[in-house]
Every structure is written in structure tokens, then in C-alpha cells.
Ligand binder design. Structure first.
Ligand SMILES: Nc1ncnc2c1ncn2[C@@H]1O[C@H](COP(=O)(O)OP(=O)(O)O)[C@@H](O)[C@H]1O
Ligand SMILES: [Mg+2]
Length: 240
């Protein structure tokens, strides 16, 4: 599902000094896995996310996500790639001129779903994040936590094969964080691959999943003692 091999992302600072935001990153995530990425601020989490979601390209190395090569993905392929993934951005990226309902409906509209299906699925998703009573409000009328839940609903609504989330519980209280984690767990149980960056060590510890640590652009693995990984069975394909 995700295969990075010796990936660098290098920014050139003042006076031409090189800053490796990602340094020789090699990472394999199988279909159906649930992976946490932890690391301090500035470690490279968002940079890695920008590559996983093809909002940016690597400086060097091989980056494959869902069968697409991120270094060479074409403008024509991008919409097909994006339909297969659900992304929760650290800064949400909600559309200010669309209501909650219309923000969450967007991925289904892009897929050309029938209106009745869109209605049903969006309302179901909004209820699961506790926003069913806010469906006609606009992002600017909502709290940070509510906007975050809207962004999570939008990432889940089209049942993508891969969900990547950058600090998805950063604005939520502990009870809502647990609720959101249950949603990711449920999607994972249905075969969706999940990759979550977080600062929340307590949540990571409680979940008992695979943990990838990132620090100064370099990653280090921590496997759980009792691996819950199951690579058997048939997972929904990103290409069907
Ligand atoms: N567009 C950019 N131009 C230059 N440097 C950048 C850019 N984006 C990120 N960086 C640098 O890359 C490093 C990693 O940043 P980031 O991925 O945002 O970290 P995190 O999300 O873990 O807090 C930081 O040193 C940051 O200053
Ligand atoms: Mg970040």
C-alpha cells in the first residue's frame, strides 16, 4: 500500500544551506495495517504526509502509494489517486463557502454517487462524529474540534482504501479522541489502511498498534510486543 525507499525531501534555506526534512526514509505499510507515526514538532510528519497525499514530491528516493509513483504521478492521474484516499489535514482544509453537509458530501460528489446515496452516507458519517445537528452550518461558525470532526467525516465518507491523518485528535477532548479512534478502528476492521501522525502518546500506548517514530527527518520502528497485524484475507483494493 505504502512503499518508501531511501526517500529524501530537501529544502534549500538561506545561503543555499540544505535542510533534509526527510532523510533516507524507508517504510513499508501493507494493505490493512494501522500505523501511528509519532515525533516532536518539526520532525517531518507533515512533510511525509504531503508526499503520501501527493501534494508534494520527493527530492529523491522511491515513493509508491496505492500503486502510484508519487515522484512521477501525472496531473491526469491525480484525481483518480485522490479518490482512493482519505486525508485529514492538520489545518483541516475545509471549504469555507460550503456547509458541513456539503463539505462532507464532496468526495461522494466527485465519485458521481447518486443523490440519495450521498444523503444517506453523509448523514450517517456526521452522526458518527456527533455533528448531525450542525449539518447546515459553515466551518467558520464551528469550533476547532467540530471542524476537525468535519474533516474526519470527509475522509471517511467514501470508504477509501487508505486514510492518512495528520494530528487528527489535536483539537479534541479525550472522550471525543477515543470516539474518533473508534471510527478509524472500524474503518480499519473493514480493510482500510490507516496511517496517523500524532503527539498523543497516551492514545498510541492504549491502541497497541504499530508505531513509527520520526525525529529530524529519520524514522525508527517500534513493533508492538504482540503483533496484531494480519496480512491474510482479502482487503478491498484501491484500484477496484
Ligand atoms: N516549505 C518548506 N520550506 C522549507 N522548509 C520546510 C518546509 N516545510 C517544512 N520545512 C522544514 O521541514 C522540517 C519538518 O517540518 P514538518 O514536516 O512540518 O514537521 P512536523 O509536521 O513533524 O512538525 C522543519 O525543519 C521545517 O522547517
Ligand atoms: Mg505537522
Amino acid at each position: 500500500m505504502i512503499s518508501f525507499s531511501h526517500v529524501y525531501k530537501t529544502y534549500r534555506g538561506n545561503e543555499g544551506r540544505e535542510n533534509h526534512a526527510l532523510r533516507d526514509v524507508t517504510l513499508e505499510v501493507e494493505k490493512g495495517e494501522f500505523v501511528f507515526m509519532t515525533g516532536p514538532s518539526g520532525a517531518g510528519k507533515t512533510t511525509l504526509f504531503r508526499l503520501l497525499s501527493a501534494f508534494d514530491r520527493p527530492s529523491s528516493g522511491r515513493t509508491s502509494v496505492g500503486g502510484y509513483d508519487i515522484a512521477t504521478i501525472t496531473a491526469k492521474e491525480l484525481p483518480f489517486f485522490r479518490r482512493r484516499i482519505g486525508v485529514v489535514f492538520q489545518d483541516f482544509r475545509l471549504l469555507r463557502d460550503r456547509t458541513t453537509f456539503d463539505n462532507v458530501a464532496l468526495p461522494l460528489e466527485i465519485l458521481g454517487e447518486r443523490r440519495a446515496n450521498i444523503e444517506r452516507r453523509v448523514l450517517e458519517c456526521l452522526a458518527s462524529v456527533g455533528l448531525d445537528d450542525k449539518k447546515d452550518e459553515y466551518p467558520d461558525q464551528m469550533s476547532g474540534g467540530e471542524q476537525q470532526r468535519m474533516a474526519i467525516a470527509r475522509a471517511l465518507v467514501h470508504r477509501p482504501g487508505l486514510i492518512i491523518a495528520d494530528e487528527p485528535t489535536g483539537n479534541l477532548d479525550p472522550a471525543m479522541s477515543r470516539e474518533v479512534m473508534r471510527l478509524f478502528d472500524r474503518a480499519n476492521a473493514q480493510g482500510t489502511t490507516i496511517f496517523i501522525a500524532t503527539h498523543d502518546h497516551e492514545m498510541v500506548r492504549r491502541a497497541g498498534k504499530r508505531v513509527v517514530e520520526i525525529n529530524r527527518g529519520q524514522i525508527r520502528e517500534q513493533r508492538p510486543e504482540t503483533s496484531e497485524l494480519s496480512l491474510e484475507g482479502t482487503w478491498p483494493s484501491m484500484t477496484t
